[in-house]
Ligand binder design. Sequence first.
Ligand code: NDP
Length: 482
Amino acid sequence: MSEFDYDLFVIGGGSGGVRAARVAAATGAKVALAESSRMGGTCVIRGCVPKKLMVFASSYREGFSDARAYGWDVQDGEFHWDKFQGQLHKELDRLEGVYRKLLDSSGVEIFDARATLADAHTVDVGGETKTAKHILVATGGRPVRPDLPNAHLGIVSDDIFHLDALPKSLLIVGGGYIACEFACIMAGLGVEVTQFYRGAQILRGFDDEARGLIAEMMREQGIDLHTGTNIVDMRPADGDARSESDAEMGADVQQMEALQTDVDGDVEGGPLWVKSTNGREGVFDQVLFATGRAPNTDDMGLEEVGVQIGRRGEIVVDEYSQTAVPSIYAIGDVTNRVNLTPVAIREGMAFVETVFKGNPTPVDHELIPSAIFTQPEYGSVGLTEEEARDQEEIEVYCTSFRPMQTAFAGKPGRVLMKLVVSKESRKVLGCHIVAPNAGEMIQLAGIAVKMGATKEDFDRTVAVHPTMSEEIVTMRDPIRAG
Ligand code: NDP
């Protein structure tokens, strides 16, 4: 008999935690998993999945006018948020059920409760104490608001799926993935969108040329995008009592935030007066803070048992996802490495290989393809032109054009296909695609780049005609070198 209640206790039922629990249980291990909210985590319940469904919903708007250009006699339809929202939550309930069923059928014991650490092998879960040979922390992250008076009056991405009604006007603060994706979604659904980004260009860290085109396309879509601009003050437009003075007088702002982001609750709101760094004032029905996410490590007893926490609140792990406490591992957003669902899943599988299959497996974080679901989408893998240029001599192959489908409909939209190539090895160091369905395209291009394909390998591949992505194998001359 084992000296522990379980071989593995997983804290967190998101994509990474659920996968690790299931795969570990399949090796014959006795596994339990605790989740304090809904099974499925950020990706399934309040992230990638509902966001992508909203992308689909919002993309129909353009479809009406495109269809007319192609000879269809259709009128612009009206979007009914309540209808969509009902369907959306039905789908999320279904997916949550699938996750539970998968855990059940794998023999994983589920605790619908918050778990905290008591020592290197013990967790407190819903008032009970359980011991485990290994503990895996996969508690993910949460959106954070900026340090600003009355920031609690703004919403965060979690709240969007619970809005009673779509706002007529929305200010989005931030220029990252979430800010840009929701700017496009909301504009597509007919909301007047204003976006403030504090830096010179949105999507910091991505390829400059691609960022420039996305910003241009977003403005083309009607998004009032202000770079070099931030919010400095906000309060209820009608002078509601729940304002600055509440925060100054020590009202429990965290409690208000918790209320605002309650995943099952309604989202309160009212018009908000906002002042920006350039002195301009405006009133918006809602303000969305898309100003980054923080790892969920608070009040879990992590540091008390010896787990090291980094500067941004993340759990510090080695290449095998092991913390400073040998029996405790951590995967996914809580470790703030590469905060993407498929990466968390990989980290979970590598953890099981290492700990339960005796096959030490470090996680490969190199050349991860990813997509930003703006409209058009941005898919990228590998280095940006700027990163590659810092590293070695490169050639840049790039083309930007109006795609056949929308050009026919008289739309100004452009797409971009770009390869960053090493002059010496000829390897494609980076591939960047801004186009409808770029997420689908980059998944496939990512295989070639990950395999170390050279520019000549791309050139040897015959084009699929007529497609947008054929340009990726037909660009003959570099537009820049050096
Ligand atoms: P990001 O870190 O990508 O973006 C945060 C944005 O907020 C940045 O533009 C940042 O500006 C800005 N910001 C931060 N603090 C402040 C502040 N105090 N005032 C004003 N602006 C501020 O975070 P997201 O929340 O958008 O996304 C989090 C992560 O989730 C992503 O990194 C990604 O890993 C993942 N994700 C992936 C998606 C996908 O794969 N499609 C979709 C959504 C999320 P600055 O650039 O100046 O720092």
